[in-house]
Write a protein that binds this ligand. Structure first.
Ligand code: FAD
Ligand code: SIN
Length: 547
C-alpha cells in the first residue's frame, strides 16, 4: 500500500494542557520503549487551553479558608447534583499534587508581595481558591511551560515525536472493537498515515466552534468527539453546553473575546443601559453560577437592553495590573475601561459532556482513552464550576499515565481484516472528493442553526427545527468517508457533534443547569437554578450525598 505505517508505544491526539501534560508524564515514566506520538491538527500551541484566563482551582492546605469538602460541595451545587461524587472528591483531593507538579514543570503562578500564592474568586465558588498566571493569561502561562518542557527537557524530548498540522480522522478498530491506533491526515501535504499503538488517547478538546458565537478558537470543532461517535464509544451529557455570560460583544463582529469571570470575582458588576445592576436580586449576585448569569443576560438582551460590565468597582490601577490582556484588548477595540463600560454577551464556552470515561480516561472501547474537555468524567454535571476544567485536565492526564504504564507498551502492528479494510479506504488514490459545495458556508449554517435553536434557551420545536436543518446540510454534504481538506473534515465532525448535542437536548425534557427547556413544566418552579428532577440511568444520584 502506498500509505506510510508507523508504530509507537502511545498515540496522544491533541496538544492542549491535557495532551501536553500526558506526553510529559508518559515520557518521564521511562515505560514507553517505542516512543510517544503527539499529533495535533494545527500548531503545537494552538488550543483552548492557551486562552484560559481566570485560572485553575487549587484546593491547597495553605489556603486555610478552603477545604476539600467545600470545593466538592461548590462543584456539585454548580453542577445541579448531576456530578459523580467520587470523581469530584478524587479530583479535589488531587488538586494539591496537580498544582505542585505544574510548578515543578515550570509554571509560575502569580504571587503577592510576600511571595504567597494569589487566590482569586469566580462564580459559585464559596472561597478564593483560583490560581492564575500573568494576571489573566493562565492558559498561556501553563501551556508555554509545558511546551518548553516537552521540547527542551533532555529526558522527555527524545521520547516524543510531534506531528503538527495533522488531524486524526478515524480510529483504527479491529474486528473485536479494540482500538489499534488512528488514521491521520496531514493537512499541508494531504498525506494519510496509519498509526498503531497499544494505547491511544483523545485529548482533543471541546466543541465551541459549533456555535455562531463562541469564546473558543477556530480549532475547537469537536473532532475527537466525532471520531468517538463514529466508533460507537459511549458519549454522555452532550446537552450540557456552557455559555459563558461575559464575552466582549462588539458591534459588527461575530468574534467573542472572553472577559474573565474573575473580573466579576474582583468586583465588577453587570449593568444594563438603563443603569440597572440587574444581578443584585440573585442569591449570589454577579457571582451566581454561570448558567444563571448567562440566562439573565440573555433575558436582558431579548428585552432589547444592552448589557455591560462596570469595572469601576475594581479600581483602574488594580484592573490594569490584574487583567493586562483584557485591558489591552478592550483598548484595541476603543473601549477604555477608565471611562467606558465593557459591552458583553454570552457565548458558547465549554462542553460539559463528552466521551464517557473514568477519571483515568478509560472509555467504553478497549485501548482507547479520552482526557480533558473531550471526555466526560462526570466532574461537571449539568454546569461546570469555573476553573475546574484545567484541574481535571491535569488530574485525568496523570491518572491516565498511571494506568497505562502498568501495561506492556511495546508497540504492535495488529492488522486484521477490519483494520485492513479501514486502511484501504484511505490508501486508494483515485477517489478524492471534489467539493461541489461551499464548506465555509455549510459550517456557518451549522453555527447559525445551533446558536438559534440549541442555544441558551431551547424548546422541542427549536430542537426539531435544528435537527431538520442539520439533516438538510447532511444531504448536501453526504457525510463522506474520506474528505479532501482539513476544513471538510471539520465540517463532517461539526455536523456529527451538532446532531449529537441536539438529540441529547431533545431527550432531556426538563431544565437543569446549562440545559434550559422553555417548554418544561418545572421551569415555573425554579428559573434561577433550574433542575434536579430527571436523571439518566447511569448517573448516580449524588445530589443526595451533598445537599
Ligand atoms: P484543548 O486545549 O482544546 O486542546 C485540544 C487539542 O486537540 C488542540 O491542540 C487541537 O488542535 C487538537 N485536536 C483536536 N482534534 C484533533 C484531531 N482530530 N487530531 C489532531 N488534533 C486534534 N478552564 C479553566 O479551568 N480555567 C480557565 O480560566 C478557563 N478559561 C478559559 C478561557 C477561554 C477563552 C476558553 C476558550 C476556555 C477556558 N477554559 C478555562 C476551559 C479550558 O481552557 C479548556 O476546557 C481546557 O483548556 C481544555 O483542554 P484540553 O487539553 O482538553 O483541550
Ligand atoms: C474565565 O476566566 O471566566 C473562564 C474560567 C473558566 O472557564 O473556567
Amino acid at each position: 500500500m502506498p500509505m506510510k505505517h508507523s508504530t509507537y508505544s502511545a498515540i496522544i491526539v491533541g496538544s492542549g494542557i491535557a495532551g501536553l501534560y500526558a506526553a510529559i508524564k508518559l515520557a518521564q515514566s521511562s515505560k514507553v520503549p517505542d516512543g510517544i506520538l503527539l499529533l495535533t491538527k494545527s500548531a503545537l500551541s494552538e488550543c483552548n487551553s492557551r486562552y484560559a484566563q481566570g485560572g485553575i482551582v487549587g484546593v491547597l492546605k495553605e489556603n486555610t479558608p478552603d477545604s476539600i469538602s467545600l470545593h466538592v460541595a461548590d462543584t456539585i451545587k454548580a453542577g445541579c447534583g448531576l456530578c459523580d461524587f467520587n470523581v469530584v472528591k478524587f479530583i479535589s483531593e488531587n488538586s494539591q499534587h496537580a498544582i505542585e507538579d505544574l510548578m515543578a514543570c515550570g509554571v509560575n503562578f502569580d504571587r503577592n508581595e510576600e511571595n504567597k500564592l494569589n487566590f482569586t474568586l469566580e462564580g459559585a465558588h464559596s472561597v478564593r481558591r483560583i490560581l492564575h498566571v500573568g494576571g489573566d493569561a493562565t492558559g498561556y502561562g501553563i501551556e508555554k511551560a509545558l511546551v518548553d518542557k516537552l521540547k527542551n527537557d533532555k529526558t522527555i524530548a527524545p521520547n516524543v515525536t510531534i506531528y503538527e498540522q495533522t488531524l486524526a480522522v478515524e480510529l483504527l478498530l479491529d474486528s473485536h472493537d479494540n482500538c489499534r491506533g488512528v488514521i491521520s491526515f496531514n493537512s499541508a501535504t494531504k498525506e494519510y498515515e496509519a498509526l498503531y499503538a497499544p494505547v491511544t488517547v483523545l485529548a482533543t478538546g471541546g466543541t465551541g466552534q459549533i456555535y455562531k458565537y463562541t469564546t473558543n478558537p477556530s480549532v475547537t470543532t469537536g473532532d475527537g468527539l466525532a471520531l468517538a461517535i463514529k466508533a460507537h464509544a459511549k458519549i454522555k451529557d452532550m446537552e450540557f453546553i456552557q455559555f459563558h455570560p461575559t464575552a466582549l460583544a462588539l458591534e459588527n463582529s461575530d468574534s467573542r473575546f472572553l472577559i474573565s469571570e474573575s473580573v466579576r470575582g474582583e468586583g465588577a458588576k453587570l449593568v444594563n443601559q438603563n443603569g440597572e445592576y440587574f444581578m443584585q436580586d440573585f442569591a449570589q449576585k454577579d457571582l451566581a453560577p454561570r448558567d444563571v448569569v448567562a440566562r439573565e443576560i440573555y433575558s436582558q438582551l431579548s428585552q432589547g437592553n444592552k448589557v455591560f460590565l462596570d469595572a469601576s468597582f475594581i479600581g483602574i490601577d488594580k484592573f490594569k495590573k490584574r487583567f493586562p490582556n483584557i485591558y489591552k484588548t478592550c483598548l484595541e477595540n476603543n473601549i477604555d475601561i477608565t471611562k467606558d463600560f465593557i459591552p458583553v454577551a454570552p457565548a458558547a464556552h465549554y462542553c460539559m459532556g463528552g466521551i464517557k470515561t473514568e477519571i483515568n480516561g478509560k472509555t467504553s472501547i478497549n485501548n482507547l482513552f479520552a482526557i480533558g474537555e473531550a471526555a466526560c468524567t462526570s466532574l461537571h454535571g449539568a454546569n461546570r464550576l469555573a476553573s475546574n476544567s484545567l484541574l481535571e485536565c491535569v488530574v485525568s492526564a496523570y491518572e491516565f499515565v498511571n494506568t497505562v504504564t502498568k501495561q506492556d507498551l511495546h508497540s504492535s502492528k495488529i492488522i486484521d481484516e477490519t483494520v485492513l479494510n479501514t486502511i484501504k479506504k484511505y490508501a486508494e488514490s483515485d477517489n478524492l472528493n471534489i467539493e461541489d459545495y461551499d464548506v465555509t458556508e455549510l459550517k456557518a449554517k451549522i453555527k447559525n442553526v445551533m446558536w438559534n435553536n440549541v442555544g441558551i434557551i431551547r424548546t422541542e420545536t427549536s430542537l426539531l427545527t435544528a435537527l431538520s436543518e442539520l439533516n438538510k446540510i447532511n444531504d448536501v454534504f453526504d457525510n463522506k468517508y474520506r474528505c479532501s481538506s482539513l476544513d471538510e473534515y471539520e465540517l463532517r465532525n461539526m455536523l456529527l457533534v451538532a446532531k449529537c448535542i441536539t438529540n441529547a437536548a431533545l431527550s432531556r425534557k426538563e431544565s437543569v443547569g446549562a440545559h434550559f427547556r422553555a417548554d418544561s413544566v418545572s421551569n415555573t418552579v425554579s428559573f434561577e437554578h433550574a433542575g434536579h428532577t430527571q436523571k439518566s440511568e447511569d448517573r448516580p444520584d449524588d445530589s443526595k450525598i451533598i445537599a
